[in-house]
Ligand binder design. Structure first.
Ligand code: AHM
Ligand code: MG
Length: 335
């Protein structure tokens, strides 16, 4: 039996298909995989070492930063800063974007946005968490340091996006706009191997993922959708199964493989939902579309939304194409 390709071998093999020059993508993903291997190692020590729990500070969004949020943020930042192709990053855990002004500006064509640990409240209870990343070509002149406008972009301008899920195994899934491929980490070798080639999300599935604890504050449309999921007034004519881990990456990954929909709507007191457009919604929207699914804010395609702020939030409806359309139609039924 032939060994599966490593991530790097796969990139080299597909080099002609991607919009990166020779070596760029492998260096960029090399930085991300290096940091993710370090984070994988730390997460696997949770419970043994003093790495769980709050770091005692809040991020700019008023959320408690966990020790691993802070640790992972630094690891990704360091790894990306050391590669010449990145001129700046934005992160859920940084108030503002960070310019790598020491990097050779003329070689630094890319900006990277990331959520270092998504679902971090689950670390302490041994439930999968993830890392999400999004890569853009910079727009501003490479004679000068990176600018905010290099990050405030349409999701459709992404040149690559991906996530790492630290689950029963650690996996990296990414797209450069030519389909979606998944790689599983073999810790004994220290390599990611191609395990899920050309991932496709089923057109419809039987899973809905939503935090129902907020249902009392949902709009009439969202309540109507929830009622349909439970009563069986659905595409399949049967009730859907509820599955909600509370880590977006884990819920998304399951639905990508099995078929389903993840929803984080706006509701009373939370006008734009919870999730962030730059480093949560846009990268996953790019991936899901490349896998044959869709993503919207309940009305508009996520990848077409205008971004005005780094940490802008937006409602998210993402997953199997027919299920997203079904949810959008029921959301509109309140009008
Ligand atoms: P985080 O990036 O700070 O961990 O927040 C995002 C997480 C998502 O992973 C998850 O889908 C959502 O928050 C869960 O929120 P809630 O507890 O409101 O259901
Ligand atoms: Mg997150």
């Amino acid at each position: 039996m032939i060994d599966p390709l490593t991530l790097n071998e796969f990139i080299v093999k597909k080099q002609d298909e991607v919009q990166f020059s020779s070596g760029e993508l492998s260096q960029l993903l090399g930085a991300i995989t290096l940091a993710s291997k370090i984070v994988h190692r730390e997460i696997n020590k949770a419970g043994l070492l003093d790495i769980t729990g709050s770091a005692g500070v809040q991020n700019i969004q008023g959320e408690d930063q966990q020790k691993l949020d802070v640790y992972a943020n630094e690891k990704f930042k360091q790894a990306l800063a050391l590669r010449g192709h990145v001129c700046g990053i934005a992160s859920e855990e940084e108030d503002d974007f960070v310019s790598f002004s020491n990097n050779n500006q003329s070689l630094s064509k890319y900006v990277v946005a990331y959520d270092p640990i998504d679902g971090s409240s689950n670390i302490d209870v041994n439930i999968p968490v993830g890392t999400i990343f999004s890569i853009y070509k910079r727009k501003s002149s490479n004679e000068k340091p990176v600018e905010i406008s290099d990050f405030l972009r349409f999701g459709r301008e992404q040149v690559a996006a991906g996530y790492v899920i630290y689950g029963s195994s650690t996996m990296l899934v990414y797209t450069t706009g030519q389909g979606v491929n998944g790689f599983t980490f073999d810790p004994s070798v220290g390599e990611f191997y191609l395990s899920h080639e050309n991932m496709r999300i089923p057109e419809r599935g039987s899973i809905y993922s939503i935090n129902e604890g907020n249902a009392d504050k949902f709009s009439e449309g969202a309540k109507c959708y929830l009622e349909a999921c439970k009563s069986g007034n659905t595409l399949s004519g049967k009730p859907y199964s509820a599955r909600y881990v509370g880590s977006l990456v884990a819920d998304f990954h399951r639905n990508l493989i099995k078929g389903g929909i993840f929803i984080y709507p706006s509701y009373r007191g939370v006008p734009n939902g919870k999730l962030r457009l730059l480093y949560e919604c846009n990268p996953l929207a790019f991936i899901v579309e490349q896998a044959g699914g869709s993503a919207s804010d309940g009305n508009t395609r996520i990848l077409d939304l205008t971004m005005n702020e780094l940490h802008q939030r937006c409602p998210l409806f993402i997953g199997s194409k027919e299920m997203v359309t079904e949810a959008e139609n029921l959301m509109r039924s309140e009008i």
